[in-house]
Design a protein around this ligand. Structure first.
Ligand code: SF4
Ligand code: SF4
Ligand code: SF4
Length: 368
């Protein structure tokens, strides 16, 4: 089939098809996009055999939720949606689909994870079709439910800078900033750069601080205060491992946290287990975490993982002038470290640097 470019406008969101020729269709709104050009593209890719599966989102069972969808049947392509409820980072599924022809919907932050996976050879670019979704931000369901006092909305829509929710017997208007993912408010990666198909017009981006402003505050604090802060965060953790399961960088076939021989981490309510799990995991994520926020959104207990993820990313940037998922041509520190003993030592030191005062605190809290 010959290739051509076409563009269709409707309201704010438009679909720009860059490569394949597919017939134009109606546009979308931020909520309730049930039949759109995304569906047409997905159908086209499946019907022509370009891909075996399209990894995207479909409407969740709860109102204002979306859930990952694996569409293999062209007839099911119509179930795909993209809107502000689509927070899951779908790059997480790519290592499990390695060697298969896959189309995947990626936001700007998700695309950074794809770059990381390509660098770590967990996916091959020629096997992937990236359906890039310019993203004005996604909702944080925990913040939304906090704002409604725990009541699940029946429906919702975005009206300018407000989220209008229909609750049982009432309407509630919330400022979008109140219910958006905290990271989305200052995201500099809203527009995917490597997409084969771009869904919608690029959205405006802002200058953002590289890292959570709380990191600088944390760095000013004394070791005792940092330890106490860490202890408080970790005491919320119930070791459900959702953060690991949702993370595109956590694709090990056997995670240390699941190993019973040796038993690295206990699965008890002892806070030391949660601390050890996170400290070891952060060591594994040094130079690999892109700051996508999927773990933060997925944590049912509201643990502030972003603070420590960003601290780690900042240390790596300072020591190696490297940010994960930004430059596809760059050599990640871990790849360099595996062939260079000195670099490995430095990477490990960077990952552990912030942990040292924590471990001091640990000894005081949990003496032998
Ligand atoms: S925590 Fe470490 S071992 Fe576990 S999946 Fe992530 S990278 Fe692999
Ligand atoms: S640790 Fe969290 S923020 Fe970092 S890559 Fe994994 S899911 Fe994304
Ligand atoms: S998702 Fe939250 S509660 Fe679950 S293991 Fe991770 S930090 Fe702990």
């Amino acid at each position: 089939m010959s290739r051509r470019r076409w563009r269709l406008c409707r309201r704010r969101q438009r679909l720009v098809v860059r490569r394949a020729a597919v017939p134009p269709e109606a546009g979308r709104s931020r909520f309730g996009m049930e039949r759109t050009e995304l569906n047409k593209i997905a159908r086209h890719l499946l019907e022509t055999g370009r891909v075996e599966v399209v990894v995207g989102y479909r409407r969740g069972t709860e109102p204002l939720t979306a859930t990952p969808a694996f569409v293999r049947d062209p007839e099911q392509a119509a179930t795909l949606i993209f809107d502000a409820t689509c927070g899951t980072n779908l790059a997480t599924y790519l290592p499990r689909l390695k060697g298969r022809k896959v189309a995947v919907v990626v936001k700007g932050c998700d695309e950074r994870s794809v770059i990381g996976l390509l660098q770590e050879q967990q996916a091959q670019r020629e096997d992937l079709v990236l359906l890039g979704a310019p993203c004005p931000g996604v909702l944080d369901r925990k913040r939304l439910l906090q704002a409604t006092g725990g009541q699940s909305p029946v429906d919702g829509r975005i009206d300018a800078e407000e989220l209008v929710l229909r609750l049982p017997g009432a309407e509630l208007r919330l400022r979008l900033a109140e219910v958006m993912d905290v990271g989305c408010r200052v995201c500099a990666w809203r527009n995917p750069r490597l997409a084969d198909y771009l869904i919608g017009d690029p959205v405006p981006t802002e200058e953002r601080p590289d890292f959570d402003p709380e990191v600088a505050e944390l760095e000013q604090a004394t070791a005792e205060t940092r330890w106490e802060r860490f202890r408080q965060e970790m005491s919320k953790c119930i070791l459900c491992f959702a953060c690991r399961n949702l993370c595109p960088a956590c694709y090990c076939t056997e995670c240390f946290a699941d190993s019973s021989n040796p038993k690295w981490v206990g699965h008890t309510d002892d806070p030391a287990d949660a601390m050890l799990f996170h400290l070891i995991r952060w060591t594994h994520l040094a130079g690999r975490c892109t700051g996508c926020g999927a773990c933060v959104r997925g944590c049912p207990m509201g643990v502030n993982l972003r603070l420590y993820n960003d601290k780690l990313r900042k240390e790596v940037k300072t020591a190696f002038q490297f940010e994960a998922g930004v430059d596809p041509a760059a050599k990640p520190p871990l790849v360099a470290a595996l062939t260079d003993g000195e670099d490995f030592e430095l990477l490990f030191t960077v990952a552990a640097r912030d942990a040292v005062p924590l471990v001091d605190g640990w000894k005081k809290t949990f003496p032998e």
